[in-house]
Ligand binder design. Structure first.
Ligand code: CU
Length: 488
């Protein structure tokens, strides 16, 4: 059985709280400031259906002791976690109260990208409501997914301001644990007045990174955990542009899979790089010590800016508890991690087409030369393209045949990494940055290192429709590093 100690250990104090600003007499009316729960609220499907009432809104949230004028789903950052089963239908009654146009993307879902499903071409104007419906197939991969805005030109601004939330599709097999939690990593920056930082030209070029790195909307949250327990961590990198190299002290880690791709056997690991958009499905075997989750930054090798590398920055802590009333099973008492289903492997299959995709951005040097006097966010960036074409929502860039397998070689001509994301159809990794992948690995965000290539195979199945592929540094996507694919 799966043992959840949530109600015993974690029931108290987990609800979202609303704190009135100190009644100093100066604030009228009293402003409401939202404090996120340590674990995002979970909305669970029942009898094959989940109905989510989701409001995108401006919200004052408390972050690192300061009131910040953020944007949230349902008043918290992150928004609620949707928890569903394969075969479920999700209905989202979406309301836009942001004061600007937005929309909704379910990242990693293998569902229709058209109509009122995962359609990123939709524009939900301020004040409008829209009903999204997602039919999760019975054989849909289990795993951790997430939702966020995908309105071209505004995705980076809106995600950076706080619009994201996790989605869990439950496993078919049982993985015993003492506690399962979602850990949404995001970054944000704001000024002394609590206004979200406006990126300068260089930040947009490189992809903006917030100085404050949050876990579940908290600055270095402390979670209660069970001494020597075994926790299931579903980690989402919801940062707009930041790559994180994650590692821990005080626990040992095993990787069940990345994105929606599950491995047959859990892999021991010490550290793991998550690009923006990536998820990691992790088993953490705790100890009797405090466990610290840390990250190192991934250096931008362009060397035009001297950014200080970040190492061993703690972003969350887990305090062991073993008092009598909390006594529970140690990891050693739980069943061994199961051997999963052998992942599909299409490396031996016939390939109908081989394609090349070239990710291009302006050289830093030329940008620096043209940047004098450009401090504002309002200058459109040009030169962010795929195969020389900037995103045009009226143009299909790539047409593929349904029920075929293709091999894509994605080349990065620039001096910084780009995380390549394809909607709807997961990608099997053949090589990343020239390094061959030994076993069958499936991801929906693949890192293409600087001046290098990554090679993937894709089976175009089930959804004959238009979708997009793009760089998941959202500033790059907004600047045009995105294309439309038609599967027919
Ligand atoms: Cu990019």
């Amino acid at each position: 059985m799966t043992i959840s100690r949530r109600t015993v250990l974690f029931g108290a104090g987990a609800a979202a709280g609303t704190v009135a600003l100190a009644a100093c007499g100066l604030l009228s009316p009293v402003a409401q400031v939202t404090v996120a729960p340590l674990e995002p609220n979970i909305l669970r499907s029942k009898n094959g259906k989940l109905v989510v009432d989701l409001v995108a809104q401006k919200t004052d949230v408390e972050l690192a002791g300061q009131t910040v004028h953020a944007k949230t789903y349902n008043g918290t950052l992150p928004g609620p976690t949707w928890h569903v089963q394969p075969g479920d239908e999700i209905t989202v009654n979406f309301k836009n109260q942001l004061g600007e146009t937005t929309n909704l993307h379910t990242h990693g879902f293998h569902v229709s990208p058209e109509g009122n499903s995962d359609n990123v071409m939709l524009e939900i104007k301020d004040g409008e409501s829209f009903t999204y419906k997602y039919q999760i197939a019975a054989d849909h991969p289990s795993g951790t997914f997430w939702y966020h805005p995908h309105h071209h030109g505004f995705a980076a601004d809106q995600v950076f301001a706080g619009l994201y939330g996790a989605i869990v599709i439950d496993d078919k097999e049982l993985i015993e644990n003492t506690f399962e939690r979602v850990l949404v990593i995001s970054d944000i920056a704001f000024d002394n007045a609590g206004q979200i930082a406006t990126p300068d030209m260089m930040s947009k070029m490189m992809g903006r990174e917030g100085s404050l790195v949050l876990v579940n909307g908290h600055n270095i949250p402390t979670f209660n955990s069970l001494t020597n327990g075994r926790e299931r961590w579903r980690i989402v990198n919801a940062c707009t542009s930041r790559f994180v190299n994650l590692h821990v002290s005080g626990a040992t880690l095993q990787l069940l899979g990345m994105d929606s791709g599950r491995y047959q056997n859990a892999k021991d690991f010490q550290s793991l790089v998550l690009a923006p958009g990536n998820r990691a499905d992790i088993v953490a075997t705790m100890s009797s010590q405090e466990v610290q989750l840390m990250f190192d930054s991934i250096a931008h090798p362009d060397a035009m800016m001297s950014t200080t590398p970040i190492t061993n920055q703690v972003i969350a802590k887990f305090t062991p508890s073993d008092s009598a009333s909390d006594a529970g099973p140690a990891a050693s008492d739980l069943a061994a991690l199961p051997v999963g289903t052998k992942p599909r492997d299409i490396r031996g299959k016939a390939v109908i087409a081989k394609r090349n995709f070239s990710l291009e951005m302006p050289a830093m040097g030329s940008m620096m030369g043209g940047m004098n006097g450009m401090g504002s966010t309002n200058h459109a960036m040009t030169g962010f393209t795929i195969n020389g074409e900037a995103f045009d929502m009226t143009k299909v860039n790539t047409t593929v045949a349904m029920n075929t397998i293709e091999e894509w070689t994605i080349t990065n001509t620039s001096n910084m990494s780009h995380p390549f994301h394809l909607h709807v159809w997961p990608m099997q990794l053949l090589s990343v940055g020239g390094d061959a992948i030994a076993d069958a690995q499936w991801q929906d965000v693949v890192i293409v290192p600087p001046l290098s290539t990554s090679v993937v195979r894709i089976a175009f199945e089930n959804h004959s429709a238009n979708a997009v592929y793009h760089c998941h540094i959202l500033d790059h996507e907004d600047a045009g590093m995105m294309g439309i694919i038609r599967a027919k």
